[in-house]
Write a protein that binds this ligand. Sequence first.
Ligand code: GLN
Length: 224
Amino acid sequence: QYMIHDTKYSLVIGWLYPELMSTYGDRGNIIVLQKRCEWRGIEVEVKRLDLRFKIEDLRKCDMLFMGGAQDTQQKIVATDFSKEKGKALKEMVENNTPGLYVCGAYQFLGKYYKEADGTIIKGLGILDLYTENPGDNHPRLIGNIVTQLNAKRYSLVTDGVVGFENHGGRTYLGKTMQPLGHVTIGYGNNGQDKTEGAVYKNSFGTYLHGPILPKNPHFADYLI
Ligand code: GLN
């Protein structure tokens, strides 16, 4: 047990759609969070929140994680997210529940994701952003990426995170949204404005696969 002044620590990590939203190996982020807690004697439970998960299970989580996927899986998830579920997740985000949302998951927290053929996948509208895939005549944004963080915001031991991006969608942040950081190598949110990801309270959206946490353990520790 992780003891500070004989206090025992435990953490329940909610893993949203582990079967569907894990096309790019983002399950590695859960393994890192679990291990880095266990190594510190923090009792950790990973709660899998699959399709048709119960809202009361979501509410039992102290931290949330959701990985990336192709448009197909994103559409399935969008149909599973009832208004009540969206409201419950929004409440948790507003109450500073720490969360990491990668790529397709990040897009889903925004207003909408417009596919290459123009189909709109409605988002949860929790983050002030939207995503559009400009169509097949535009290249997917793929490759290694380095994001320079606003280090003082996170009191991180380092001010950068590295990873791999692979997305067709271009994300545009609303005026109220803080980016996670700025790309020094790679495309980031949309390959134009040099922003990458988004931060709102303790919720972090990012395009970084890799997975991001094994490649940036300092970020994993910050979330924990
Ligand atoms: N399907 C979305 C896109 O291509 C998200 C991809 C992902 O999660 N890597 O933009």
